[in-house]
Write a protein that binds this ligand. Structure first.
Ligand code: CMP
Length: 139
């Protein structure tokens, strides 16, 4: 269960961040009902390149590094922090995770399981379109 501070923080993110602004109040309510808070210790790999996508994440506190490639060819492609999200690409494409995302510090995320994310995409073509566009840019 989320506490009132977490609910109000998430509602604000859904109102203020462009990509979520096409969602209706009912969609936001649904999202808040279905998102689960998870804590990750510093250094934990939250998603691993090559794994099947099972969830979408919004960072609440802390930060993560995004790394692509294997072993010596691994390179950092980005850092994400509060109110930014990850894990959408594999859910949009039905392909394995394109990168490994590691907690840089103690990090809290809100996670939405694949089935709920897919339902949201199906219900909201404009939201799905914006997610796809952003995802293209991250490739
Ligand atoms: P997914 O492929 O499901 O899992 C790894 C995630 O890393 C991916 O979704 C994106 O959310 C994220 N990602 C991949 N490339 C970048 C990038 N260049 N910048 C920021 N995030 C990225």
């Amino acid at each position: 269960m989320m506490n009132p501070d977490e609910i109000s923080w998430l509602s604000k993110v859904f109102r203020k961040i462009d990509i979520f602004s096409s969602l209706s109040m009912a969609d936001v309510g649904d999202l808040i009902d279905h998102m689960q808070k998870r804590h990750y210790a510093s250094g934990v790999k939250i998603v691993k390149q090559g794994d099947p996508g099972d969830a979408f994440f919004i960072i609440y506190k802390g930060s993560v590094s995004v790394k692509k490639g294997l072993m010596v060819f691994k390179r950092k492609v980005g850092t994400l922090g509060p109110a930014q999200f990850f894990g959408e690409m594999s859910l949009l494409s039905d392909e394995p995770r394109i990168a490994t995302v590691t907690a840089n510090e103690e990090t809290d995320c809100f996670l939405l399981l694949k089935g709920h994310f897919e339902h949201l995409l199906k219900k909201n073509p404009s939201f799905a379109g914006m997610m796809k566009e952003l995802s293209e840019k991250r490739k």
